[in-house]
Design a protein around this ligand. Structure first.
Ligand code: ZN
Length: 260
């Protein structure tokens, strides 16, 4: 018998508030468990979501990795729909009709850093090289979201390391920055994570990371300041302990300004 939409309106009571975008497969599993208390969920989009899941499951057999992504996408759409309603908007008006879907897709992109396979990222890009001078990659553009307001902060990252027999492909450094930027972040932690990751991966004699960022949350809200840039840094090992090396790094970063 063809299941109807209403079959999928039952969710365990503890999930009612937390996980409205519950997947079909999950629900099937739960239904098999005895003693799960079920409740109903009322959401304007829920019928459509259940229908989408039905058609997907019809095509693919049962849930898989894509199914999980699909569930997450649908859950974000519903949350945005609610958000629009609660700020006093009409989510059904023409201009907003596709906004939940657009935002769900946008968050996929802006939080892609959570799903990066670090093995793959580094794979084949570590080289044994007899070079022990500082390697500097500067002015790496980044875009992140502050975890307190989910508003953008963005700017430039400057990375240096002193090789200990090993270097990493030049293009990998910006990708490492991006992996940590595309998450909900605070700038201080992002800076430290980039430095720690490089230390762990390349095992150099020293690492330095300086990040300059402007934060929309401090520019748009509260006391509005035109100048809201923030500088954070992380220095490890030789670049922490050796003042000359640190000065060399800072001089390199600053040399950009005289060329501007
Ligand atoms: Zn913020």
């Amino acid at each position: 018998m063809e299941p109807t939409t209403s079959d999928f309106l039952l969710v365990p009571s503890w999930m009612k508030n937390n996980q409205p975008g519950l997947g079909l497969r999950k629900l099937d599993n739960l239904e098999q468990k005895k003693g799960v208390k079920m409740t109903t969920i009322n959401h304007p989009n829920f019928g459509n979501i259940a229908k989408n899941q039905l058609s997907r499951n019809g095509k693919n057999g049962n849930g898989n990795g894509n199914g999980k992504n699909h569930d997450r996408h649908e859950a974000i759409k519903m949350s945005v729909h609610d958000l629009l309603t609660n700020i006093g908007e009409d989510p059904e008006r023409e201009g907003l009709l596709n906004t939940p879907d657009r935002i769900a897709r946008m968050y996929d992109e802006l939080t892609a850093g959570y799903h990066v396979d670090t093995e793959k990222l580094i794979n084949g890009a570590l080289f044994n090289v007899d070079y022990d001078e500082m390697v500097i990659v500067k002015d790496i553009e980044f875009y992140s979201l502050c975890e307190h307001h989910m508003l953008p902060f963005f700017g430039r990252a400057h990375v240096a390391y002193i090789p200990d027999g090993k270097v990493i492909g030049l293009s990998k450094i910006p990708r490492i920055v991006e992996m940590f930027a595309r998450r909900l972040q605070v700038q201080e932690r992002m800076t430290k994570q980039i430095a720690d990751f490089i230390k762990e991966t390349i095992q150099p004699k020293g690492v330095a990371v300086v990040v300059e960022g402007v934060h929309m949350c401090s520019m748009m809200r509260g006391v509005k300041k035109a100048e809201a840039s923030m500088i954070t840094s992380a220095y490890l090992d030789q670049l922490k302990n050796n003042r000359d090396l640190r000065t060399e790094f800072i001089d390199h970063i600053n040399s950009r300004r005289s060329m501007d």
